[in-house]
Design a protein around this ligand. Structure first.
Ligand code: HEC
Length: 115
């Protein structure tokens, strides 16, 4: 009896552990939309070019296509997460998950007609 209780407890423990290791935002229903996050956090700089931010929009398609070609999509996403020069880490969205930043970068690339 005690032994099976032990097994049960360790099973619960393992379940709890694997739950803990998942990021709080991993739940798909909680992953915010790239368009929403872009308007909330990124448009301030990327809409106007403030602080030298590369602007978003079809007329800037060549810039973004070139970035993707030269650096690759994953590197661009990584830079958006880690920050680079005047680009703050996660664009200032400190509670954004990596997936949310990735979605937002995809949205920016779509707005620019580059993918
Ligand atoms: C405070 C202004 C500011 C905000 C807010 C901001 N950015 Fe940026 N971002 C910049 C600047 C400046 C650069 C250019 C950095 C450089 O290459 O020198 C940049 C560059 C980038 C790049 C291109 C990286 C590359 O490889 O050249 C991406 C992608 C990006 N930002 C995504 C985002 C996203 C997504 C958000 C919102 C979650 C965001 N930015 C919010 C200023 C900002």
């Amino acid at each position: 009896m005690l032994r099976s209780l032990g097994i049960l407890l360790s099973a619960l423990w393992l379940a709890a552990c694997s739950d803990d290791s998942a990021p709080a935002t991993a739940d798909a229903s909680q992953t915010r939309d790239g368009a929403q996050l872009y308007r909330q956090y990124c448009v301030t700089c990327h809409g106007s070019g403030a602080l030298g931010a590369p602007r978003v929009g079809k007329e800037h398609r060549l810039y973004w296509s070139h970035e993707i070609e030269e650096e690759g999509f994953d590197t661009i996403v990584h830079e958006a997460i880690a920050g680079i020069n005047s680009m703050p880490p996660r664009g200032g969205c400190f509670d954004c998950s990596d997936d949310e930043i990735r979605n937002t970068v995809i949205y920016m690339l779509q707005l620019s007609g580059a993918k």
